[in-house]
Design a protein around this ligand. Structure first.
Ligand code: GLC
Length: 504
């Protein structure tokens, strides 16, 4: 009989397209830095497997050791039956941080500086998915008990495991968990526009990497079908995706597999996001010295070339510029808001021209009221959180949301839409009872957003009440500790599900 290992011996390998600090496009990369670290802190041997993208500096910055050369990864194609990869290994100096395996391939990773955005992304992540399994099968050093795959990029991995490696003497006991960080992206195609001919039922054999059909595989769907257990990054999102409104066409499938679907809220790494110790901000502070936040506000206004005013409210947004994030609501209402109310608005984040263009125009219209930095940036968010009064997350949907949790630690009050992880973490402020932590609106509608903005800016005028709110927000605890314990329970549940299925 196979027994679930104790946490002291449990070995978990995360397979991901991103992991900070090596490769990060959004929240996923941050989670891949902090969650393995939090698991290691409670005794789990957690490691990470990612592609070695071109801009990861193998020699100077990270001293990577080649541990497997000439790994032949099957492609399913007759003419080119395999792609050749190497596997490199990195053990960070800080033992708390997870060791990383990098899959190296000249054509698909080394020549590409970016993580996403190439026409052959399906092959790039198909290669990652098959590569990790091939590596585990052939490498003799270390074998995980749990393979935790993340998002569509590794949905192929879950499928390949079940169809090609399930009976391998070496890998057959592996538990496969699939974590959904964003159901909206399901593969390289747009699942909302897919024709009947291109529809993927999720059950047919995965075709060759080079076939026309391969880019049309719904890797998200396959991850859902073939995994032992699934989780999303908040409880509310795990329920929302069972409805047509949030299910992205997979709600019926998700309802069928509901028994293996769980929700675990992401945490925040307070070693990194803490105004008391943060070296990137102008003045450090705690909830007891919150008045120093005003000096950080001046530093932020200087950074964005805005008039230096200690008492004007600064409203900010740190976000990928994506339809998901509710930037439309801001763009549709900001002229009206700026006419009625006095505030400055700062936005940091990269994304499509659909948003960068109107944001640049906005900056031109209100040079003294608006500050923008329209590229992803990893130091500016610290300044923004320390110097702002209000952080916006008016998302259409939000599996968890990371920036509002980070900002809250800096005493910046969230204004969010009641969805996903935002609903789980921000209780609406009630000035009469003095309860709640932020400003929450329900409907995805510009006037509902407008109303909440006015409410927040009005409340900002009551200094004592506002300071009380800020202090309460700062003292909330969203550290990874509790979430890491829940991941451990999830792995145990996945183990049970697999055992019961086997015995049937
Ligand atoms: C995705 C989701 C976001 C979540 C992040 C990390 O980017 O859109 O809500 O916080 O993943 O899990």
């Amino acid at each position: 009989m196979v027994i679930f290992p104790t946490k002291k011996h449990l070995k978990v390998l995360f397979v991901s397209s991103e992991a900070a600090p090596y490769a990060q496009a959004g929240g996923l990369g941050q989670v891949m830095y902090s969650l393995p670290k939090a698991l290691r802190e409670i005794g789990v041997d957690a490691r990470i497997f990612i592609p070695k993208y071109g801009n990861i500096d193998a020699q100077k910055k990270y001293n990577l050791k080649t541990i497997y050369q000439h790994l032949e990864v099957p492609t399913g194609d007759e003419k080119t039956p395999s792609l050749i990869c190497n596997v490199k290994f990195f053990q960070p100096q800080n033992e708390k941080e997870a060791p990383v395996y990098f899959l190296e391939n000249m054509e698909y990773y080394e020549k590409r500086a970016n993580i996403y955005g190439y026409s052959d992304d399906s092959i790039r992540f198909g290669l990652l998915s098959r590569g990790v399994l091939e590596f585990l099968e052939k490498n003799s050093d270390w074998l995980p008990d749990v393979l935790n795959c993340l998002d569509w990029q590794t949905g192929y991995c879950v499928n390949f495991f079940k169809t090609k490696y399930q009976n391998s003497q070496k890998l057959k006991n592996l538990i496969v968990v699939f974590s959904i960080h964003n159901l909206h992206h399901q593969g390289t195609f747009d699942h909302r526009l897919v024709s009947e001919l291109d529809f993927d039922d999720g059950k047919s054999e995965i075709p060759s990497f080079f076939s026309e059909r391969f880019p049309k595989i719904n890797a998200m769907k396959r991850g859902i079908i073939y995994s032992d257990a699934i989780n999303t990054v908040s409880e509310t999102y795990s329920r929302e995706i069972l409805t047509p409104e949030y299910g992205e066409g997979l709600d019926k499938l998700l309802l069928e597999v509901k028994e293996k679907l769980f929700g675990i809220l992401n945490g925040i790494d307070y070693d990194f996001w803490n105004p008391k110790t943060d070296k990137l901000i102008y003045k450090n502070y705690t909830s007891l010295s919150i008045y120093k936040k005003k000096d950080n506000k001046i530093a932020l206004q200087k950074e964005f070339n805005l008039p230096l005013k200690k008492n004007i409210p600064v409203v900010s947004m740190v976000s990928r510029l994506d339809e998901q994030k509710g930037i439309d609501l801001v763009l549709e209402t900001i002229d009206h808001l700026l006419k009625e109310m006095s505030f400055q608005f700062i936005l940091v984040g990269g994304g499509s021209e659909r948003y960068t263009k109107p944001l640049l125009e906005l900056k031109e219209r209100y040079p003294k009221k608006i500050g923008v930095f329209l590229l992803p940036n990893f130091t500016l968010p610290h300044l923004v959180f320390a110097g702002s009064d209000i952080i916006l997350c008016p998302s259409r949907f939000e599996p968890c949301g990371v920036t509002h949790l980070q900002a809250m630690k800096y005493g910046t009050v969230p204004l969010v839409r009641k969805t996903g992880g935002l609903a789980d973490t921000v209780e609406n402020f009630n000035p009469t009872s003095g309860s709640g932590y932020g400003f929450v609106f329900e409907n995805y509608d510009r006037w509902c957003f407008f109303k909440e903005m006015v409410r927040a800016l009005e409340n900002f005028k009551y200094k004592k009440t506002w300071e009380g709110l800020q202090k309460r927000v700062m003292e909330l605890d969203f550290s990874w500790k509790e979430s890491a314990k829940k991941y451990l329970q999830l792995y145990k549940k996945a183990f049970e599900i697999k055992r019961v299925k086997r015995e049937k």
